[in-house]
Design a protein around this ligand. Structure first.
Ligand code: NAD
Length: 350
């Protein structure tokens, strides 16, 4: 049986971890690796990942019509957060009849903010007979897919409240900047106004995915963002926060159905929360028949969780119907502990 041939597109913090994970799995093989960073281009992928030579050289990303992809099955995209930015990359993949898994936050449910692009991607995927999925830890799992799975045990749901309280310390400069870490309260406000500070990307996607899957029609979303002002000095590899400066962003979103707040998602993200005695965790409270309460302490690690979700969904995506799909439309995620070719054949009923 031939290995499933994967293209890793984007070799940053997440993409590198995914590439290592793919290399460790039986039945998966990376056949191309792309990144736009000149420092990475030309390196052997295996050596770049800290291992032995793989024979796959990291290349600059292909332009439309430039790719020689007859020998691949699927692209994993780990380049950007936004549907607009990944659409050209997805187009190239689809036009070569390749399935796509993206961790761009907006791709978890692109119908939420980019319905025209979503329709375009869906149409192309159907035309070329392949599937596209957006996933990740959040959006993609904790504040949407996991909640939906729990509601499967409810006769009815009245209200959902969920919180992800996490530590941003492992993340790099881009995340620090978009969360406003290390700036003054005034600079945080100015950053919110200018759009340079955004807090969490993905609330709208999670809310629309939850509502759509439950059969609720959202009529309004309210979001609030506040600076988390540190009382103590905090320092990570990427940022220093003095007392009085911003340690992160307290971001909340509420989805209304018929004027009633039905879904409340809370996501305070900061560096080193334990320095002020804050415990991290993922919490889900469903009011319904029955009420359900889930607490995961500490939180599911964001980096590892994202790498795992992207790779573990490969068989589901390869066995799926053509089109643009969400996590709610695919079978439950599961770790890949056997030969992926056999797992795929089982999913296809072969
Ligand atoms: P990163 O900045 O460490 O890495 C991004 C990599 O992609 C870099 O190596 C960069 O050179 C490369 N790149 C960017 N644009 C490219 C392009 N057009 N072609 C080829 N390479 C390109 O970021 P990361 O931490 O690896 O995360 C990647 C993206 O995934 C980010 O936007 C992040 O917000 C998102 N993300 C989503 C989730 C989720 O839960 N859905 C979780 C983690 C990260």
């Amino acid at each position: 049986m031939n290995e499933i041939r994967v293209i890793q597109w984007g070799l940053g913090a997440m993409g590198s971890g995914m590439a290592r994970l793919i290399q460790s799995k039986t039945g998966l093989k990376i056949v191309y690796a792309y990144d736009q960073d000149p420092q990475k281009i030309g390196q052997d992928l295996g050596e770049f990942l800290g291992g032995v030579k793989s024979g796959v050289r990291i290349q600059r990303p292909p332009q439309p019509g430039e790719m020689n992809l007859e020998k691949a099955d699927l692209v994993i995209l780990a380049t950007s957060s936004f549907t607009k930015e990944v659409t050209p990359q997805i187009e190239i993949a689809l036009k070569h009849s390749l399935n796509v898994i993206s961790i761009a936050e907006e791709m978890a449910y692109p119908w939420a903010q980019e319905p025209e692009l979503a329709m375009h991607i869906d149409g192309l995927a159907r035309e070329y007979g392949v599937s596209v999925l957006g996933t990740g830890i959040n959006p993609g799992f904790v504040l949407d897919t996991l909640i939906l799975a729990l509601t499967g045990t409810c006769l009815a749901v009245d209200k959902i409240k969920a919180a992800r309280i996490n530590d941003l310390s492992p993340f790099g400069p881009t995340v620090m900047q978009t969360q406003g870490v290390g700036v003054s309260a005034e600079a945080f406000e100015a950053g919110l106004q200018s759009g340079r500070i955004v807090g969490h990307v993905g609330f709208k996607e999670s809310l629309y995915l939850l509502a759509k899957t439950l059969g609720w029609k959202l009529d309004k979303i309210e979001e609030t963002r506040f600076p988390i002002i540190s009382k103590v000095k905090r320092e990570t590899a990427y940022v220093k926060v003095e007392p009085g400066q911003v340690a992160g962003c307290q971001h909340t979103a509420i989805g209304y159905v018929d004027g009633v707040p039905k879904i409340e998602l809370i996501h305070p993200q900061q560096v080193l929360p334990h320095l002020e005695g804050i415990e991290t965790g993922d919490y889900i409270d469903i009011s319904g028949q029955p009420d359900i309460h889930l607490a995961i302490k500490p939180e599911i690690p964001g980096g590892l969780g994202t790498m795992a979700m992207a790779v573990n969904m490969i068989p589901q995506v390869l066995a799926a119907r053509p089109g643009l799909l969400s996590m709610a439309e695919l079978p439950v995620p599961a770790a890949l502990m056997g030969d992926i070719r056999e797992l795929l054949a089982w999913r296809k009923g072969e």
